[in-house]
Design a protein around this ligand. Structure first.
Ligand code: MF3
Ligand code: CO
Length: 251
C-alpha cells in the first residue's frame, strides 16, 4: 500500500507541476493517468461504477466526484483533486484542494481549516482508541472555525479494495465506534463547506455540488495504523521516492 501511495503521490506532483490558470482539468487528468501507468500502477477510480476518469476534479462549489473536462482553470478557482491508485493488488487514495492563482481570504481559510482537520483526525489515532476519536477530532476543528462538515460522504477503510469497512465519518463522538488496531488502514477525508448546506448530484450521476453554492474543500490521506501509531502513506514529502522489489522505478 505504501508503494501504491508513492505512485499516487508522484502522479499528484506531476499534476501540480502543470496546474495553472488556462490549463483544463482534462489535461490534468491525462498527466495523472500517464504518470500512474508509467510507474506500473492502475488508476483506481477509472471504471469504478462507471466513473470515466483517473482524477476527480471538483471546482469551487463541487464537493467531490467532479469529472475532468475542457473547462480551463481560472485565477481565483479552488480545485479539489482526488486520486487513487492500485499497485500489485493494493490501493491508495488521496485528495487535496488547491488555490488557482489568487483566491479570497475566506477561501484560503476554508482550505487551511480543512487540511488542519485532516491532520487533527490523524493525530487522534491511538492503538486501542476508537474510530469516533478520529471523527470527533475532525469535526471539532471544522466547527470551531465556523465551517460545516459534509455528512453525505464519508471516508473509508482501504486495502485490496479502495472502499472497505469501516466507514470513516467526519463527525461523531470520541470513544465510540470500531477499535483502532495495528493493520487497519483508513482513508480519512474531510469534506468541508463554508456554510451549513447539503450536497446534490448532477445529471452526470457524479458531480456533487453544494445546493447553496457554498465553496467546498476536500483533503484526504491513506493512513496505516501501526503498533507505533499512525503512518501517513500518502504524506506529501516522505522519504525520497524509492520503492522495494522492482516494478516501480523513480522516473
Ligand atoms: N476518494 C473518493 C472516494 O473515496 C474517490 C472516489 S471517486 C470514484 O470515494 F469515482 F471512484 F468513485
Ligand atoms: Co477516498
Amino acid at each position: 500500500m505504501a508503494e501504491a501511495a508513492a505512485i499516487n503521490r508522484r502522479a499528484l506532483q506531476a499534476v501540480e507541476a502543470i496546474m495553472a490558470p488556462g490549463v483544463s482539468t482534462a489535461e490534468l487528468n491525462r498527466i495523472a493517468e500517464d504518470t500512474i501507468v508509467s510507474l506500473g500502477g492502475r488508476p483506481a477510480f477509472k471504471g469504478y461504477r462507471g466513473f470515466p476518469a483517473t482524477l476527480c476534479t471538483s471546482l469551487n462549489d463541487v464537493v467531490v466526484h467532479g469529472i475532468p473536462n475542457d473547462r480551463l482553470l481560472r485565477d481565483g478557482d479552488i480545485l479539489s483533486i482526488d486520486i487513487g491508485t492500485f499497485f500489485r493488488g493494493y490501493a491508495a487514495d488521496m485528495a487535496k484542494t488547491y488555490a488557482i492563482g489568487t483566491i479570497s481570504q475566506e477561501a484560503q481559510r476554508l482550505l487551511d481549516v480543512t487540511e488542519h482537520s485532516l491532520f487533527a483526525g490523524i493525530a487522534a489515532i491511538r492503538v486501542g482508541g476508537r474510530l469516533g476519536d478520529v471523527s470527533a477530532a475532525v469535526q471539532a476543528v471544522v466547527e470551531e472555525a465556523g465551517f460545516w462538515v459534509v455528512r453525505e460522504f464519508v471516508g473509508h477503510g482501504i486495502g485490496r479494495d479502495f472502499h472497505e469497512a469501516p466507514e470513516v465519518p467526519n463527525f461523531g463522538r470520541a470513544g465510540k465506534g470500531p477499535l483502532l488496531r495495528p493493520g487497519l488502514v483508513l482513508a480519512i477525508e474531510p469534506m468541508v463547506t463554508q456554510r451549513q448546506t447539503r450536497v446534490k448530484i448532477l445529471d452526470d450521476q457524479w458531480t456533487a455540488p453544494t445546493v447553496d453554492g457554498s465553496l467546498a474543500a476536500h483533503f484526504e490521506h491513506t493512513v496505516a495504523i501501526t503498533k507505533d501509531g499512525p503512518r501517513v502513506l500518502t504524506a506529501y514529502d516522505p522519504e525520497p521516492f524509492a520503492v522495494s522489489g522492482g516494478g516501480v522505478h523513480g522516473a
